[in-house]
Each structure stands twice: as structure tokens, then as C-alpha cells.
Design a binder for this molecule. Structure first.
Ligand code: DGL
Length: 279
């Protein structure tokens, strides 16, 4: 095993916009010692309605940039990017870019946790149109737990509600209720709803208002953090390359001022962002 006397590697956390901050927050709380760099591709968000090819291309560019910034490990803290780009990046690009670095997603760790939560083994997945139409959750769940029944529901208005700071407005209730009622009508045996989009934790308060008793909501932040902790414990060769000075940087492809302002909604504390261009 190669050891680095002064490791300087960063952990990169990527999302199309602000949503990944909900994952970053849980990861940084669970492992505050590492050096993190967050990248939100806000100028090109949302990704949820974009084609496979475009989400893959944008995500690959973001991963390339995070590698250039010194990341040894990148978490795609975006379900849409995890659904549409992760596999190709892991299998095709990483061996050419740098086979010693790693790119991990959020879907698998989320799926691993659901068996212990659901009693009925009927699961609902709420996500962007891209995540739901990719069937990534359905395929992953059926592979891991073949006895489960999975129903997906695309909620295309939920990300814009969050991105436009309308998540707490009365108008949001209409779109939230519509999808909760619809998915539970499609399969009334659902007892666990996965929030399969990193933006959705901001809507939790309103979602709960329309949930019948006995239906649990599963937000992925803590689970992804736990899974990363476990990964680093099992991969000391990666851990030894990571700096541990608790530094944080926030990069965005949109205006830094706008990002800094909105990010505080997700993190409940002020941050300073830097604007970058990626291509
Ligand atoms: N944060 C992304 C996800 O988790 C969705 C936002 C978008 O559509 O860009 O799927």
C-alpha cells in the first residue's frame, strides 16, 4: 500500500445545483475531518428533464474538473447523475482518466437500507423524470431484493419549487399532494417512500402533511454518509490519500453571490462560493 506522508486529496461532492448540499451536510457532519469541495452546476440545472447523453456529458465534465482540483474521490450527490452517468463514468472513463480515483453514487447506498425499513416490501420512489424513466431504482431494488414491488413517480415540479425558493409556499402544496396521492393510489400497499432526489428533503414538512399514517419517508443523506464512512474504513489506501484539515470550498457554474445566498437555505449557515466555468 502506498502511504502519503502529507496527504492532500479532497472529497468532491457534485450535484446539478443546490440539492447535493443536503448530502454534503450529512457527510461533513459525520466526517468533519476531511477536506471537501462542493460543485453545483447551477448554470445548467436542472438535469432532471435532460437526455442521458447530456446528463452524462455534463457529469463527466464536472468529475474531470473535480479531479483537476485534487479530488481523489467524487460523490455524485445527484440521483439523476447517478442514474444516467455513474456506470459509464466508472466503467469507461475512470480507467482512462485515473484508475486510482473513485466516483460513487447515491442510489445503491439508499437501496441497501430499505429492506430493514419496509414491512410490506412495497416501495415507492419519488424522483425527477430522468431518474424515474431510467428505472435505476427499480432495477437496483429488484436485483438486491427480488421479492419487493417498486413503483416510481416522477415529480417534475418539485425541483423548480426548491430551486426557486417556493418550497414553503402554499402553491407547493398542490404539486406535492398530487404526486403523493397518485403514487399511493397506484400501489396502496406502499409503506416506504424513497425521496430519490437530493432536493426533496426541503419539502419533507409538506410531504408529511399528505402522507397517511404508516407510510415512512426515507431521505438519503444520512445513509449516504454512513455508506461513505464504511467505504473509507474498508479502503485504507484511499483514506491515506485524503487530507484531514477540515477545509471546505464551494464552486458553482452560476453567480457566486446567488449560490452563497441560496446555499444558506440548505445548510442553515452562510458560505462563500466561487464561480467557475466547466466544459
Ligand atoms: N439533485 C438532482 C437529483 O437528485 C435533481 C435536480 C435536477 O433535476 O437537476 O436528482
Amino acid at each position: 500500500m502506498t502511504t502519503h506522508p502529507h496527504p492532500s486529496g479532497l472529497i468532491g461532492i457534485f450535484d446539478s445545483g443546490y440539492g447535493g448540499l443536503t448530502i454534503f451536510d450529512k457527510i461533513a457532519q459525520a466526517m468533519p475531518q476531511y477536506n471537501y469541495i462542493y460543485l453545483g452546476d447551477n448554470a445548467r440545472a436542472p438535469y432532471g428533464t435532460r437526455s442521458f447523453e447530456v446528463v452524462y456529458r455534463f457529469t463527466r465534465q464536472a468529475v474531470g474538473r473535480l479531479f483537476e482540483e485534487g479530488c481523489q474521490l467524487v460523490i455524485l450527490a445527484c440521483n439523476t447523475a447517478s442514474a444516467k452517468a455513474l456506470r459509464t463514468i466508472q466503467q469507461r472513463d475512470l480507467p482512462l482518466m485515473d484508475p486510482t480515483r473513485r466516483v460513487l453514487g447515491v442510489i445503491r447506498p439508499t437501496v441497501e437500507a430499505i429492506d430493514s425499513i419496509s414491512r410490506t416490501k412495497h416501495i415507492g420512489v419519488l424522483g425527477t423524470s430522468g431518474t424515474i424513466s431510467s428505472l435505476s431504482y427499480t432495477i437496483e431494488i429488484e436485483k438486491m431484493f427480488p421479492y419487493m414491488t417498486v413503483t416510481g413517480e416522477a415529480c417534475p415540479m418539485w425541483v423548480p419549487l426548491v430551486e426557486n425558493n417556493e418550497f414553503d409556499s402554499p402553491g407547493a402544496d398542490y404539486f406535492i399532494r398530487q404526486h403523493i396521492e397518485h403514487i399511493l393510489a397506484v400501489d396502496p400497499a406502499i409503506d416506504t417512500l424513497i425521496l430519490g432526489c437530493t432536493h426533496y428533503p426541503l419539502l419533507i414538512r409538506k410531504i408529511r402533511r399528505y402522507l397517511p399514517e404508516g407510510v415512512a419517508l426515507f431521505a438519503q443523506g444520512e445513509r449516504v454518509a454512513e455508506s461513505l464512512k464504511d467505504y473509507l474504513a474498508r479502503h485504507p489506501e484511499m483514506d491515506s490519500r485524503l487530507g484531514k484539515q477540515s477545509t471546505r470550498r464551494f464552486l458553482t457554474t452560476e453567480s457566486a453571490g446567488r449560490f452563497s445566498e441560496s446555499a444558506s437555505l440548505f445548510l442553515s449557515r452562510p458560505i462563500e462560493a466561487e464561480q467557475i466555468v466547466i466544459s
